[in-house]
Write a protein that binds this ligand. Sequence first.
Ligand SMILES: Cc1cc2nc3c(=O)[nH]c(=O)nc-3n(C[C@H](O)[C@H](O)[C@H](O)COP(=O)(O)OP(=O)(O)OC[C@H]3O[C@@H](n4cnc5c(N)ncnc54)[C@H](O)[C@@H]3O)c2cc1C
Length: 316
Amino acid sequence: MTTLVIAEHDGAQIDPSTLNLLGAASQIGDPVQLLVLGHDCAAVAQAAAALAGVSQVLLADNPQWVTPSAETLARQIEALMPAYDLLVAAHKMLHRGALPRAAARLRAAYLSDVVAIESAHRFVRPMYAGSVLARMETQSAMTLLTLRPTGFAPAVGTQGACPVVDVATVTPDHRSRLENRETMGSDRPDLSRARVVVAAGRGVGAREHMALIEQLADHLGGAVGASRAAVDAGFAPNAIQIGQTGKSVAPDVYLAFGISGAIQHLAGIKDAGFIVAVNKDPDAPIFSIADVGFVGDLFDVLPALTAGLPAAVDTA
Ligand SMILES: Cc1cc2nc3c(=O)[nH]c(=O)nc-3n(C[C@H](O)[C@H](O)[C@H](O)COP(=O)(O)OP(=O)(O)OC[C@H]3O[C@@H](n4cnc5c(N)ncnc54)[C@H](O)[C@@H]3O)c2cc1C
């Protein structure tokens, strides 16, 4: 049978996470097709067709995909899926709304936040905020899954372009509507892909103290993240929350300042390479998973690190 992957792109370029999705899908060993949903994005479809391992690109070109609703995407998936036995999509809000709806209508299995693929029917996903990894086996002939792109090696290479086929866009479902999107203007790297993340917890104490976190992040060419407690306290915007109900990050180095290390926060940093924690409480749980821990006041440690660390981290 054939696996269908929903491509991630910004309307002009393929997002690198698409390569991770393809890398994951290729582990099954079946032919892989790519679905490009967008408007005026024929160039994206052509670029997708040249990605190694893609046997066909489906292009659904329609203005409605600029601000899609989960209900409409569910309809589109329902229309396409009978030709496939596995759908792979990034674990993001839109897909988390659309795939369960489509799975219910298709009587297919749905699994979310998959971090490993063992076969076409066996998958691994975290449960209880990442405290356990569960191996799930699906019994259904059709499986729809969202997965964590950072958990999979990207597909590499290009090929002579495969066919690009136009597919009919379904009638939109207007029961919910995306009103607008606000992009946070920032020169910092994208949090989900940054190689260095400097994160603030409730311990930073005030919004104005975030400047110390931002200075270190900028010095290291990294992104800024925050715990939910820091977001709830108004120190940082919701868009940079890391954890079970926020973003998952996979940097080479994760620096946590004034973060206690609740399991819901740790769920989002499972794939971090090297963890540095600074906390004035020597019994803070974050020290049990940190590679390096400083017991101390973050207001002493942060300026010292910004002054003392070389600013030569390559984030390309
Ligand atoms: C369903 C659910 C989902 C959740 N999802 C998330 C999520 O996605 N992300 C998330 O982060 N949390 C999440 N939480 C909340 C989580 O349980 C914790 O409450 C939260 O992570 C705590 O954030 P914190 O570590 O910043 O704050 P705290 O637990 O209050 O810790 C603050 C730390 O700062 C230290 N500190 C204070 N002052 C200083 C100083 N001057 N110098 C150094 N250290 C200092 C303290 O010793 C303490 O360890 C969720 C909870 C639930 C129930």
